[in-house]
Design a protein around this ligand. Structure first.
Ligand code: NAD
Ligand code: UDP
Length: 315
């Protein structure tokens, strides 16, 4: 492939957990990748192995400021994703989602690039319908501790659809459900990394509430495949589209599974349930199945085994 034919792809938040896997995948597919990150929760070490690739470029930049580059596709992932990190500086979290979306949509409008938004199942809040389908409008507290993230992401979706309707920008909105895997930040407080690290250290697993709340966990490689298929879907397929693994389990079941796979002798320790913690969450993925021919392939056991292997060597 000549340099002229290569796609130039911008990944914002590219040094984070999902972003680093996406950069890796895009390079494998032959693209030229510009990874932009302000290193708030992302780490240079996540992409250190890509730095020698002449098609990879790493730029320190905060997406709340405009960016002038020439690209063909944009994946907008910049935003802290774990409750601990996004509640650390909630005003900055909303700015990142909203100003970041405006800046990246402006860039898409000028360059004609297609742009994908990493949205979230949090737009459904504490859902009253189950499993969640894309046409559900959600049940979000606008003034709670999770609102900086939830409402920021909801407003970003609004901006994506208004830039599409008003300016004809080619968009795709992916609503990601809990995703895990190697390179999750060890201190970000998300349940999978917490439980694995606690199990490996023989400490009690911190279970918030009685552990009866549910989530559905998707392994990172499956999610990245969903991203790429969304970007490659026919123009006009805007989403929003749920990307996640529909196999739902309680947090208590997750704790038991992590203990079993890691061969740990840890037990549980109950902690208070954080405010506005959604009670249940499971994606309906019919839209992704029919329009993207996508569904997750990696079981929880296989994904946890890989992730535990990573944390054994990186923590
Ligand atoms: P992450 O925290 O590892 O990655 C986010 C990245 O964005 C980090 O590298 C961080 O430094 C960067 N960033 C934050 N603010 C920035 C700013 N102002 N300018 C530039 N870079 C900035 O989290 P992740 O799990 O990789 O999540 C990536 C995206 O996917 C996020 O938008 C998140 O909301 C979304 N998402 C993730 C999940 C999940 O389960 N992992 C679920 C739903 C949505
Ligand atoms: N959780 C837990 N122990 C932990 C971290 C999280 O029991 O050490 C629970 C949390 O209350 C929530 C679920 O696990 O019900 C998923 O939490 P996470 O922060 O990973 O993501 P969320 O889906 O809440 O954004």
């Amino acid at each position: 492939m000549s340099d002229w034919d290569r796609k130039r792809v911008l990944v914002t938040g590219g040094a984070g957990f999902l972003g680093s896997h996406l950069c890796e995948r895009l390079l494998l597919d032959g693209a030229e990748v510009l990874c932009v990150d302000n290193f708030f929760t992302g780490r240079r070490s996540n992409v250190a192995h890509l730095l020698d690739n002449p098609r990879f470029e790493l730029m320190r930049h905060d997406v709340t400021f405009p960016l002038f580059v020439e690209v063909d596709e944009i994946y907008n992932l910049a935003c802290p994703a774990s409750p601990v990190h996004y509640q650390h500086d909630p005003v900055q979290t909303t700015k990142t989602s909203v100003h970041g979306a405006i800046n990246m949509l402006g860039l898409a409008k000028r360059t004609g690039a297609r742009i994908l938004q990493a949205s979230t199942s949090e737009v459904y809040g504490d859902p009253t319908i189950h499993p969640q389908t894309e046409d559900y409008w959600g049940n979000v507290n606008p003034i709670g501790v999770r609102s900086c993230y939830d409402e920021g992401k909801r407003c970003a979706e609004t901006l994506f659809f208004d830039y599409h309707r008003q300016h004809g920008v080619e968009i795709n909105v992916a609503r990601i459900f809990n995703t895990y895997g190697p390179r999750m930040h060890p201190n970000d407080g998300r349940v999978v990394s917490n439980f694995i690290i606690q199990a490996l250290q023989g400490e009690p697993l911190t279970m918030y509430g009685d552990g009866s709340q549910t989530r559905s966990f998707c392994y990172v490689d499956d999610l990245i495949e969903g991203f790429v298929r969304s970007m490659q879907s026919p123009a006009g397929f805007t989403g929003p589209v749920n990307l996640g693994n529909p196999s739902e389990l309680t947090i208590r079941q997750l704790a038991e599974t992590v203990i079993e796979i890691s061969g740990s002798n840890s037990n549980f320790e109950k902690r208070p349930l954080p405010a506005d913690d959604p009670n249940q969450r499971q994606p309906n993925i019919s839209l992704a199945q029919s329009h993207l021919d996508w569904e997750p392939r990696i079981s929880l056991e296989a994904g946890l085994t890989k992730t535990i292997g990573y944390f054994k060597h990186h923590h």
